[in-house]
Design a protein around this ligand. Structure first.
Ligand code: AP5
Length: 211
């Protein structure tokens, strides 16, 4: 099963992708995590992406479609994948659809996580993430240890107020049209209320998936 997760920055896509991956037994593919790893490793792809990411802009579609081509043709995604933030523009949605068609696959479900703007800013301004495994936390200080892997928790550069404002704007202008694109292409988009506890949101997401 291939599931596309949509939603604004801070909606909880990464948090829920981990939960759904564990529950459904398919891997989470988060383009943000792939790109941050490339930046850390200083690869060509990372060097190209860094300035876009720090500002909160989208990296070029060609970079994302290259990543999606690599992961969707890899044996790791044979049974499916949860695509976390991997589709953020209409050309990416089109490109992914074409690429999957060529290998006899398709997007099976689209989940749109919906939460109000004040809550998004609250979540992002108090988030730290593990620089190793990328697990996000609320209310834990930078420098403390990740409960999962022992890595160091850091603040993301794009969680600074100016970058957050830009990311929310970019989402509205470039990513919201993706919802309409899926609907126009006869894909049911399930809106999931992403307010409430993490477990409540997971239950709603699983229900939307018929699980
Ligand atoms: P990415 O890392 O994907 O950032 P994002 O989409 O802005 O999403 P976030 O990670 O900020 O939020 P999230 O929805 O995953 O929420 P989370 O679970 O962390 O991408 C970063 C950058 O990479 C982009 O800006 C772009 O430059 C580039 N990029 C990536 N993909 C791209 C693409 N396809 N095209 C072009 N460029 C691309 O939760 C947020 C916080 O809230 C956490 O602290 C969490 O603990 C907490 N939280 C979660 N759920 C709850 C809850 N129910 N209650 C309370 N707190 C909660």
């Amino acid at each position: 099963m291939i599931i596309v997760l949509l939603g604004p920055p801070g909606a909880g896509k990464g948090t829920q992708a981990d939960k759904l991956a564990a529950r459904l037994g398919i891997p989470k593919i988060a383009t943000g995590d792939v790109l941050r790893a490339a930046v850390r490793d200083g690869t060509k792809r990372g060097l190209e992406a860094k300035s876009y990411m720090d500002r909160g802009d989208l990296v070029p579609d060609s970079v994302i479609l290259g990543i999606l081509q690599d992961v969707m043709t890899s044996p790791a995604t044979k049974k499916g994948a949860i695509l976390d933030g991997a589709v953020r523009t209409v050309p990416q949605a089109e490109g992914l659809g074409t690429m999957l068609g060529e290998i006899g696959k398709k997007v099976d479900n689209v989940l749109l996580f919906d939460v109000d703007g004040d809550e998004l800013v609250r979540r992002l301004s108090s988030r730290t993430v593990c620089e190793g495994c990328q697990t996000p936390y609320m209310g834990r200080d930078p420098g403390s240890a990740c409960a999962k892997c022992g890595g160091k928790l850091v603040r993301r550069k794009d969680d600074e107020p100016e970058a957050v404002r830009n990311r929310l704007n970019v989402y509205r202008i470039q990513t919201e049209p993706v919802v309409g694109w899926y609907k126009n292409n006869k894909m049911k988009v399930h809106t999931v209320d992403a307010a409430g506890t993490v477990d409540e949101v997971t239950k709603r997401a699983l229900k939307a998936l018929g699980k």
